[in-house]
Design a protein around this ligand. Structure first.
Ligand SMILES: N[C@@H](CCC(=O)N[C@@H](CS)C(=O)NCC(=O)O)C(=O)O
Length: 232
């Protein structure tokens, strides 16, 4: 059976949503990143990048959330335009990579500098907050005339969007006021949240007691770069 290595963070949740939408049977394998399980020798064979999500599907291993979305959707021929040289496939690849290389990294760094980094952080927070807003505004503007990320059809791009959009008030530090600035994002988020597959995906995190504390052990695993600063 397909193995899905996960925790409840945005990138694994995108894949959880697709697995539920497809109705595939899968074995969820929790990876507690706050305990450093992403760096076990066994897991590094699955994902040499030491992050979740990853899947093992028979002989096929896929890591990186957007790669998994594309792999599974192509395999099942659902939630993607399939014709390789079509305009729709061009849009799919463009928006999927925009989420992978823009929305994800800038939102993630915005979270880090807003909620975890020590002072002084004004310069870094300003840069990542600015870029996070810039990327989300591009999606907001796009959704004014497009019901879904790829026009009229719900696709894996919406699932990639959903993983991060659920956390947008936290990412931007703007609470409920976030939705005054991003009403189209809220519209699509609410619509996806109402899907039974999204509700099942959200329940996944209740199946395992992930570590909740961010103690020194967690910081060593999650922010290994800080070791270089010790003794300076
Ligand atoms: N590009 C990767 C990023 C994966 C990623 O950053 N995953 C986070 C959870 S959302 C993680 O595993 N963090 C643990 C760590 O950084 O040690 C993807 O899209 O899958």
């Amino acid at each position: 059976m397909l193995k899905f290595y996960y925790n409840a963070a945005p990138n694994p949740m995108k894949v959880a949503l697709l697995l539920e939408e497809l109705g595939l049977r899968y074995e969820p394998v929790p990876v507690d990143t706050r305990k450093g399980e992403q760096f076990s020798a066994e897991y590094l064979k699955v994902n040499p990048n030491g992050k979740v999500p990853a899947i093992v599907d028979g002989d096929v291993r896929v890591f990186d959330s957007n790669a998994i979305l594309l792999y599974l959707a192509d395999r099942e021929q659902r939630f993607v335009p399939l014709a390789a040289n079509s305009a729709a496939r061009g849009d799919l690849l463009s928006w999927l990579m925009f989420i992978a290389s823009g929305i994800g990294p800038f939102s993630g760094q915005s979270v880090h500098f807003r909620h975890a980094a020590p002072e002084p952080k004004e310069y870094a927070l300003n840069r990542y907050d600015f870029e996070a807003h810039r990327h989300w505004k591009i999606i907001e503007d796009h959704l004014v005339t497009s019901p879904y990320m790829l026009g009229n059809d719900y696709s894996i791009v919406d699932m990639g969007f959903w993983g991060w959009a659920r956390l947008l008030p936290y990412v931007l530090g703007t609470g409920d006021a976030t939705w005054n600035t991003y009403p189209q994002i809220k519209r699509l988020l609410d619509e996806i949240n109402a899907r039974p597959a999204a509700q099942r995906a959200e329940l996944l995190k209740t199946r395992h007691a992930f570590k909740t504390e961010v103690d020194d052990e967690t910081k060593r695993f999650m922010f290994p770069q800080n070791e270089r600063l010790k003794g300076k």
